[in-house]
Design a protein around this ligand. Structure first.
Ligand code: AMP
Ligand code: GLY
Length: 439
């Protein structure tokens, strides 16, 4: 039996672990924080820093691990794959140079520009206040997005009109970033509808999966502060009503060109999962960001639909011979995240969460643990998202109902977005897209 190690501790890793076990693997988990779902699926777990490679290698060797799957970005961008592979532990995940696609927005924008990848957007790099005033004048303050170069856990990007409301706001934020010592970008602000395309990459082949749309804002109707993602949906045809098959092919093509460019530029083949977030705009598809991993929540929309054995997909990535025949059930999914009251500003931690598992099973809703901890048989909140509740059905309306009913099986000081996956919100997205394309 193949022995797999999963590194990571969130709902994304819970669903990856589930897919590995469904594929026949014996699972071992290495996590900085004990995920009760992974603990239940695993033969053994170790709770320790996910960037302490020595300890990860030691655990993998003791357990005779065949390969490791790396869930989150933080160990990837500091070279977990390089370290494990040096110790003969094959990995699903990019090496440090290739992981720059997520680790450095400057690297990515330069690469896309150099290789003339069409979905790139105009950007200017800064490491000091020199040239800021001129750039604001040239671009127009209302067209600016400020992005720190490195990882910020999804919370560093500030968009004019959403988080910045004047020239002074832009300048203040730049000064703040400089104080903290990092490079940052001004990016051209795009207007349109976003979608996530998650892919499997074996160095050369880039194989897509059903499109997903995430919801970053904390509250209904896309109001409130940005979060790690409050929920996401996918549709049974694996597209979005406002995204065509040819849009997907165009996005996939740019992802293939990017993977080839990474090889040419760094000499390193990109292997692992590659997440592309695109926006369809009046000027065509635009790349918003790459992530060197699956999305969270988006992994929950895609992996449970996978018909192909996930362990085989992982071997295909490792061996560089990934088959293009990766199949998914033609079903819709809706994932709703339950977050502690007050999240993300002042979340209530250490509050008990009571889960009626029998009722969830009767409804047919799946659940994935995120940042909650278990004491005895009881589950408690931390300061981050608590659990993802997933509905799967033959259409969106049914999937949304299952997810919403599933949410009703969990009690605690928690909130969620009722509107995620509803036909009403979908229609709003369609109307928004139409208004932009018909301008
Ligand atoms: P990121 O962390 O790069 O995903 O950015 C967070 C959010 O900021 C994205 O989901 C977008 O909604 C928004 N965003 C990022 N870049 C742009 C851009 N160039 N134009 C408009 N919105 C953007
Ligand atoms: N859902 C966005 C992310 O995983 O980065």
């Amino acid at each position: 039996m193949v022995k797999c190690l999963i590194v990571g501790h969130g709902a994304r890793e819970h669903v990856i672990g589930e897919a590995l076990v469904r594929g026949g693997a014996q699972l071992y988990s290495f996590m900085s924080f004990k995920n009760a779902g992974l603990e239940d699926l695993s033969q053994d777990v170790k709770v320790h820093s996910e960037t302490d490679f020595k300890e990860i290698i030691k655990f993998a060797k003791i357990k005779n691990i065949d390969f490791a799957v790396i869930g989150p970005e933080s160990p990837l961008v500091v070279g977990i794959v390089d370290a494990l592979e040096k110790s003969d532990i094959p990995c699903v995940g990019p090496k440090i140079e290739a992981a720059q696609l997520e680790g450095s927005k400057v690297f990515t924008r330069n690469l896309l520009e150099k290789y003339k990848i069409l979905s790139n957007v105009q950007s200017i790099k800064f490491t000091s206040m020199d040239g800021i005033e001129k750039a604001i004048k040239d671009m127009g303050e209302e067209n600016i997005v400020v992005k720190p170069d490195g990882l910020t856990g999804g919370k560093g990007v500030k968009v004019y009109g959403d988080h910045l409301f004047s020239k002074q706001d832009i300048i203040d934020y730049c000064e703040d970033l400089i104080k903290h010592g990092g490079a940052f970008l001004f990016e051209e602000k795009c207007d349109g509808e976003e979608f996530t395309l998650q892919t499997f990459v074996d160095g050369k082949n880039v194989i897509g999966s059903p499109l997903v749309q995430d919801h970053k804002r904390a509250y209904e109707d896309d109001k409130g502060p940005n979060t790690g993602g409050m929920g996401s949906y996918s549709i049974e045809d694996h597209l979005m009503p406002f995204i065509t098959q040819s849009d997907v092919e165009e996005a996939l093509d740019d992802m293939k060109k990017t993977v080839a460019a990474v090889k040419t530029e760094t000499g390193i083949e990109y292997k692992g999962f590659l997440y592309g977030q695109f926006m369809k705009t009046a000027k065509g598809l635009k790349l918003i960001e790459f992530n060197a991993r699956f999305g969270d929540p988006e992994a929950m929309n895609v992996l449970p639909l996978l018909k192909t054995n996930f362990v085989d997909v992982c071997w295909g990535i490792i061996h560089g011979n990934l088959s293009s025949n990766v199949d998914y059930e033609k079903k819709a999914t809706v994932c709703k995240y339950l977050a502690p009251d007050g999240y993300p500003v002042s979340p209530k931690k250490d509050e008990q969460v009571i889960i009626n598992k029998q009722k969830l099973e009767n409804i047919g809703a799946k659940y994935y643990y995120a940042s909650v901890y278990r004491e005895g048989e009881s589950i408690f909140t931390t300061t981050s998202r608590a659990m993802g509740i997933l509905g799967i059905a033959s259409n969106l309306e049914e999937a949304e109902k299952i997810a919403e009913n599933g949410v009703g099986c969990v009690e605690g000081k928690l909130f969620h977005r009722k509107d995620v996956g509803t036909l009403k919100l979908l229609q709003k997205r369609i109307d928004h897209m139409n208004s932009i394309l018909n301008k």
